[in-house]
Structures are given as C-alpha cells and as structure tokens.
Design a protein around this ligand. Structure first.
Ligand code: GTP
Length: 262
C-alpha cells in the first residue's frame, strides 16, 4: 500500500468475484500494481480462508483470524462448508473491518476485496451479503465479475455465465463490471460482440438450430439485453496487464453509478 490518497473523489471499494480459477487473485495483484504506477493507493483484503499462497501482500487477511482447517475439523465440515462457516464467523465481526477501512479512507483510493474461489460461497450466502452491504454502506462499492473467457467461448456457456452475473447483480444491488479475463489466451472480441449486438449472438446460436437449449438460450439472451445495457464490460489479461486502462475507466464509471443502485 502506498501512503497518500491521490485524488479528491470518494474511496471506491471493488469486490472481486467470479467462478473458480477465473483469475480473481491474479487480478487483485495486477490492479494493485497497476494503480500504484499511477500513484493511486490500494488497500487489499483477502476473504478466501482456504487459499494457501497469494501473490500479493494483503492489508487484511481472513486467515489471520480464522484457521480454515481448524474450522473444518471443529465443525466436521467438507471443504466448501468450512469456507462458508469461516466467512460466517468473519461476518460476525464485519463492523471491525468497516471501522478499519474507514480509518484508512483518507490514505486509500481503492479497497480491493478478493473473495473465495467458489463464487456462490460469497454471492449466495448471508455472510457474503452482510459483508458486501456493510462495505457498501460506507463506500461506493462495485462488483468486478471476472470471466474465464477461454472457458466461455461457446454461446451456451457464455449466456449461462451472464445469467449468473445478472443474478448476482440483482441479489447484491451493486453496479457490476464484467471483466473478460485471459485475453492473452483467446480473443475476447466474440464476447464484446455478443454483449453489444444480439444479432451476432443469434447468428452463433443458429449453428445449434433445433436444439432445445439453443432456443432457450436465445430467449434468455433477449431477456438479458436490459442487463447488458446497465453493466460495463472490459477485456483484460490479469497475467500480462493488457486492458488495465479500460478496466480502471469502467471501475470509475461504475462507482459513479453506485447511488442509482441504492
Ligand atoms: P480461485 O480463487 O482458486 O478459484 O482462483 P482465482 O479466481 O483467484 O484465479 P487465480 O488468480 O488463482 O488464477 C487461476 C489460474 O489462471 C492461475 O494459474 C493464473 O496464473 C491463471 N490466470 C489468471 N489470469 C490469467 C490471465 O489473464 N492469463 C492467463 N494466461 N492466465 C491467467
């Protein structure tokens, strides 16, 4: 963390969510590195109790107060149950985290929160909602929904991913940026086109003509147009740093829209 708040705008909080392996942790590291080159100060929070190694130095780490293995043994839980229980225990002290963040507000431009690998543990749990809501009650807060683009190149997979993102946005009631990650591995142009122009998505679906799921996906994609209209989308590679300018612009735009979501 650098030591001075560089601008006069409110400190933004970014909650980084996404499917397992989509690149959340790599993005947190990249965002912190990228913003520091602009003299912008980040404050990093790790909420994944099960992660073994992280490639950045978190300012707050759930692992400092909760031992995931102990939780698993004590409550006799499987891996996901233990992550959820650890998050529940952490949420009971969320006021302390918010107080800490508030005490850093003067120095920090962006709080970046890394969430557990399995997206639903954070987005569909009460503790995830409590944590998000508590942070959002103090700072303009946005969701960065990281997409593993190489795994979303098929129209059905893509629209399923977007339906999931949409459900999270409506559940959390926060502005959402779709971050098409891993553009160093695959061009993200197809996804940008599908988001901006239903006809191009429809053309891709026509190749699956007659299939029940293709008809359903086309109907769903049409229904998703309103969602596509309100979100921002950018293409990045968290690994190489490509596209980070665009991401930062999207973050700032989404933060400005925060009040209209409340
Ligand atoms: P979990 O929290 O464990 O679910 O993963 P995550 O979403 O935090 O993803 P993580 O950052 O651990 O990245 C998963 C894998 O994808 C790692 O091997 C990363 O090196 C790789 N990865 C992440 N971003 C990129 C990218 O932009 N390009 C490439 N080529 N690999 C990436």
């Amino acid at each position: 963390m650098t030591t001075t708040h560089s601008n006069t705008t409110s400190t933004i909080a970014c909650l980084v969510i996404g499917m397992a392996g989509s690149g959340k942790t790599t993005l947190v590291q990249r965002l912190a590195a990228e913003l520091s080159t602009r003299d912008l100060c980040t404050y990093l929070v790790n909420l994944d109790p099960a992660v073994i190694q992280i490639p950045y130095e978190p300012n707050v780490d759930i692992r400092d107060t909760l031992n995931y293995k102990d939780v698993q043994v004590e409550f006799q839980l499987g891996p996901n149950g233990a992550i959820l229980t650890a998050l529940n225990l952490f949420a009971t002290r969320i006021d302390q985290l918010v107080e800490l963040l508030e005490s850093r507000e003067e120095q920090v431009d962006t709080f970046v929160v890394d969430t557990p690998g399995q997206v639903e543990v954070f987005t569909w749990s009460s503790s995830g909602s409590i944590i998000a809501e508590s942070i959002a009650s103090s700072f303009p807060t946005i969701l960065l929904y990281v997409v593993d683009t190489p795994r979303a190149t098929k129209p059905l997979t893509f629209v399923s991913n977007m339906i999931y993102a949409c459900s999270i946005m409506y559940r959390m009631q926060l502005p959402l940026v779709v971050v098409l990650n891993k553009k160093d591995l695959v061009s993200t142009e197809f996804a940008q086109q599908w988001l901006n122009d239903f006809d191009t998505f429809d053309e891709a679906m026509q190749q699956l003509e007659g299939d029940y799921s293709s008809n359903l996906a086309r109907s769903m994609a049409l229904a998703m147009e309103e969602f596509y209209r309100v979100i921002s989308c950018c293409s990045i590679s968290a690994a190489t740093g490509e596209g980070m300018d665009e991401l930062w612009n999207c973050i700032q735009k989404a933060a400005k829209e925060f009040s209209s979501f409340r």
